[in-house]
Design a binder for this molecule. Structure first.
Ligand code: FEO
Ligand code: CA
Ligand code: CA
Ligand code: CA
Length: 651
């Protein structure tokens, strides 16, 4: 979730990324010795250099990158910029917008937003986010595009507002719930080489905050998962705040529940203070829930304990969110499955690393100030000869949190009951309860608090892992700066990368370094001619940007970077509108490929199998994109990008 011009978003922004980590875990600043810090200055450690330099050369290499074969586009600072600007020789066209028909019987979108919630259930949701392409077996010209719909914006309603000061009309709440979740749409390559939607495909599917889904793994059927509506603790309705994604080797989609805490409230102050599973995640405790006040119309979102109802009413409902949800896009009848072995936090993504022997890791960030980087390692292996046997691989495994040590080494801390002090005496009654309170477990194990971990992505051949640390203006006494998070008032963020020991996804140690600090060039001056303050300058070799968020490697090893910042904020004036850039991991050169319309965030990235078509999401544009006439509502939109000469994107 991000920022835009509307008052609604200004109010969301205030709590979206707050620091609620109460732990006093030592940060690297407290561990590192000052002489070494001087050596490490600039974010490039000697240990990391020797580890990463093989075949890559040093950073800031003078010659042009062989991977980036396009001309960069300039920043766009105009307050009325209402287009998608893409590199010369490329085209970007709107492909799939909020309200477009998905399932059979869906009506065409009404520009006055008069579609009701039953219509919305069959139409594209709002705030398109993480996205992946799934090819049909053995086919290169047909597939399923699957994407998240993270949250909703006021233009969803004819009134163009979401008024939390009054009880919410149930019809509006239902429409908002219907506009969350996931879309599955079939796409195919037409004779002219352009991809188009298959409107009558049986695979076209909407999953929303109302869709029944199964709870699997260690929390399935657990006492703390039961509610008055689900006394078994095995089935939950819906998925919330679906941000980034993952793809399994057996062809399923992993959607990740990010800021689910904003949808709940527990008004019992005593219970709240004692309940780590609410407090440590920042649920509201007075007024209304932070997003949309659904609890005023739908009691499921009121998590205040109610002793008159079985299982305390809905006090456990928030426990049923914050998970990885596995969806089989090729089986429209299959129930989505919440995989609780992954742990529970504000999860950004579940980025796969697949070892030669079929063992796996899924990397995740927890996007809040001072939260952690995690990986989940399933116990079993993927067997390509028998993909069906993989169906329950995600229910058993080890969850780890990362500690980034000052010398460029790192440790994966097992969040396993009985290890690392995670005992009943310390408040972790069982592995199930530990997973429910993953943040508290990682606090206790001594993970490193990070600058808002967003997406992770894994290099297609080296398995090197890149993590976007988007920004953090909250570092101070409680969360001092350290080697991995070196700037106070860090408004522009950084990208960190690491190599597992032996390139083994299941390793428990790794080597890490900062790939770049985002921000303006050193020595930059503002419009008035004053030097830009040091906390706003970075180490980018090439085109500047702020607040890395989406990260994705293409098959050729190009690192694509998407940004998410408030483009109307004073510190962002040099950056213009949000954008998509491409980096060469070897030379660290960065080039701007695309700029989105004012007020948007650029997120989600998927490619056709031939790499000649790319889809990217323009989330919450501030002005009337994709219409350029300002006559209709702004709509979150998937854009399709192709090279005019038919070549591979970026080549
Ligand atoms: Fe949904 Fe942290 O972005
Ligand atoms: Ca977002
Ligand atoms: Ca994001
Ligand atoms: Ca973000």
């Amino acid at each position: 979730m991000s920022h835009d011009h509307s008052q609604f978003h200004a109010s969301l922004e205030a709590h979206d990324d707050q620091s609620i980590n109460p732990s006093a875990n030592p940060t690297l600043a407290q561990l590192v010795d000052t002489r070494r810090r001087n050596v490490l200055k600039g974010g490039l450690s000697l240990a990391a250099l020797s580890f990463f330099a093989g075949g890559m050369g040093l950073s800031l290499r003078a010659h042009a990158s062989p991977l980036l074969n396009f001309k960069g586009v300039p920043v766009q600072v105009g307050s009325q910029f209402d287009r998608v600007l893409v590199a010369e020789g490329y085209s970007a066209t709107p492909f799939f917008s909020w309200g477009d028909p998905v399932e059979a019987g869906a009506p065409q979108w009404n520009p006055d937003a008069s579609d009701d919630w039953q219509a919305q259930l069959k139409q594209a949701g709002d705030n398109h986010d993480g996205m992946d392409f799934f090819a049909f077996d053995g086919e290169t010209d047909r597939g399923l595009l699957v994407m998240n719909h993270e949250y909703v914006n006021p233009p969803l309603h004819p009134t163009n507002q979401i008024d939390q000061s009054k009880p919410r009309p149930l019809s509006e709440v239902r429409k908002e719930q219907a506009a969350h979740g996931v879309s599955v749409i079939e796409v195919k390559k037409a004779a002219d080489g352009q991809w188009q939607r298959v409107m009558d495909s049986p695979y076209n599917r909407r999953i929303s905050a109302l869709t029944a889904m199964r709870i699997a793994g260690p929390l399935a059927g657990h006492e703390l998962m039961k509610t008055v509506a689900d006394p078994t603790g095995h089935e939950v309705r819906g998925t919330l705040n679906n941000c980034a994604t993952g793809v399994t080797p057996w062809g399923t989609f992993l959607t990740c529940e990010e800021n689910w805490h904003n949808y709940f409230i527990n008004r019992d102050q005593v219970d709240y203070a004692a309940r780590v599973s609410h407090k440590r995640y920042g649920l509201a405790k007075e007024g209304t829930s932070k997003n949309y006040a659904w609890e005023t119309a739908d009691p499921r979102f009121n998590a205040t304990p109610d002793t008159q109802q079985d299982h305390g009413g809905y006090v456990n409902e928030p426990h049923r969110f914050g998970w990885v949800v596995e969806i089989d896009p090729f089986d429209p009848q299959a129930q989505p499955i919440k995989r609780t072995a992954f742990g529970r936090f504000s999860r950004e993504c579940a980025a796969l690393s697949l070892g030669d022997d079929g063992r796996m890791a899924f990397y995740s960030g927890d996007d809040a100030k001072g939260e952690y980087v995690y990986k989940f390692v399933p116990n079993g292996r993927f067997d390509a000869a028998n993909p069906k046997a993989s169906r329950d691989l995600l229910d058993a495994g080890t969850l780890y949190a990362a500690r980034f040590d000052a010398d460029g080494s790192g440790q994966w801390l097992a969040l396993v009951h009985g290890q690392n002090g995670l005992t009943a005496a310390n408040g972790f009654a069982s592995q199930a309860e530990l997973l429910l309170n993953t943040r508290a477990a990682a606090d206790h194990a001594g993970a490193t608090p990070m600058d808002r971990p967003e997406w992770a992505t894994v290099h297609p051949t080296s398995r090197e892992v890149y993590v976007a640390l988007t920004n953090n203006d909250g570092r101070g006494d409680k969360q001092p700066t350290d080697q991995a998070n070196p700037r106070p008032q860090n408004l522009h963020g950084q990208i960190l990368r690491f190599n597992e020991q032996g390139a083994d996804p299941t390793a428990t140690t790794f080597s890490w370094e900062l790939f770049l600090l985002a921000g303006e060039q050193k020595g930059a001056r503002d419009a008035a001619g004053n030097a830009v303050p040091a906390n706003l300058t970075g180490t980018i070799n090439g085109d500047i940007f702020s607040s890395p968020d989406g990260l994705a490697f293409d098959r050729h090893g190009r690192l694509w970077i998407q940004t998410d910042y408030g483009d109307d904020e004073p510190a962002m004036q040099a950056m213009g509108c949000n954008q998509l850039l491409c980096a060469d991991p070897s030379t660290r050169e960065v080039r701007r490929f695309l700029v989105g319309p004012r007020g948007c965030e650029v997120t989600g990235l998927a490619w056709s199998p031939d790499g000649k078509t790319m889809w990217a999401n323009i989330q919450h544009p501030g002005i009337s994109y994709p219409a350029s006439d300002s006559k209709t509502r702004p709509r979150s939109t998937t854009v399709m990008i192709s090279k005019n000469d038919g070549g591979v994107i970026g080549s």
